[in-house]
Design a protein around this ligand. Sequence first.
Ligand code: ATP
Ligand code: MG
Length: 356
Amino acid sequence: MAARTLRIGLIPGDGIGKEVIPAGRRILEALPASLGLKFEFVDLKAGFETFEQTGAALPDETVAILKNECDGALFGAVSSPSKAVKGYSSPIVALRKKLDLYANVRPVKSVMTAANPIDMVIVRENTEDLYVKEEKTYDTPEGKVAEAIKRISQRASSRIATIAGEIALRRQKIRESGAPSIHKEPLVTITHKSNVLSQTDGLFRSTAREALANPRFKDVGVEEQIVDSMVYKLFRQPEAYDVIVAPNLYGDILSDGAAALVGSLGLVPSANVGEGFAIGEPCHGSAPDIMGQGISNPIATLRSAALMLEFLNEEAAAAKIYAAVDANLEEGKLLSPDLGGTAKTEEVVQDILRRL
Ligand code: ATP
Ligand code: MG
C-alpha cells in the first residue's frame, strides 16, 4: 500500500506553545511505519510575538499556506495582552473564520483506572450564536441599554449536529476495536435553552433532532437537555455523557467547565474542524507563569495531534497516540508538575514516545 503523506502546518505561537508544539511534531514522526503514514511539516507564524515583529497577528502567508498546501495543522497558544492593543486580535479566532472551521471539538477524558472515570466530547458550534458580535448600545431616558444579536441558522445547526453524530459513531468504532471505555452505546446529548428561547434555541434543537434522525445515525442514541440542568448533571454525573452538542455560547462554557473535571488544563486537547481540514490545539493558553522552565505538560498537545488525525481519517494512528499517553498517565511515574509530579516536558515526551 502506498504511504499517505500528510502535510501539517506547525504554528507554535507564543509562550509554552513553543515548548509543546515541537513535542506534537515528534509524536507524529514517531508513529510506526506500518501505519503507512508520512508527514511533511511547514513552520508557520502567528501570535502576539508575530504581531510585534510584523504588524500582523495572522500573516496572510500563514493562511494561504494552510489553505493551499496543508492537510491539517497544530496550533500552540497565543498570549492575550493584558490591555487591548490597537490592531491586535486573536489569530485563532480569525483562522476559524477564514478556514470555516465550524466545529470546536473538545474531548474530556480521565484515565479509565480513575475512581470515577469520565469520557466525553463536547462539540461546540463555532460560527454563530452570540459570537456574531453584533452589539449596540443606545441611550434611553432611564440610562444606557445594550443589545446583542443571537443568530442561529438551520445550516450551521444541521452541520454541527451531523458532525456530532459522526463523532459518536467513530467513538463507538474505536471502542469496538478494544479501547477501554465506560460507554456501551453511542449517545448524543443536544443542549439548549428552548424553554426560554423558543425561536433561536428552538431552531437549534429541532434542526439537530432532524439531522440526527438520518438513517446513518440509527445506532446513535439521541437525548436533549436544558443547559442549566445539564451543568448540574455534568458535575454530579459526568460519566453519563458521551457526545454533547451545543450552540456556541453554551458550548464555550460547558467545555471549560468540563475541562475542570480532569485536573489540569495541560491534559485537555481540542480540534477546530472544517470540511476536510482540522487544526489540533491544546486547550490551555500560553502560560506565561511557567514558560521557559521546561516543565509544561505536553499531553494536551499530543492528544490534539491525535484528534487532528482522527478528523483526517487516520483513526488507527490516533488510537496509538491515545494509548501511549494513557499508559504514561496510568503508570503515573513520569508526570509533569501540574499533575503533582517532577518530570520535565522532555522526560514526559520521551516516556510517551517509548510507549508508541
Ligand atoms: P493566556 O493569556 O495565554 O491564556 P494564562 O495566564 O491564562 O495565559 P493559561 O495558559 O490559560 O494561562 O494557563 C492557566 C494556568 O494553567 C496557568 O497557571 C498555567 O501555568 C497552567 N497551565 C496551562 N497549561 C499548562 C501546561 N501545558 N502544563 C502545565 N501547566 C499549564
Ligand atoms: Mg488562559
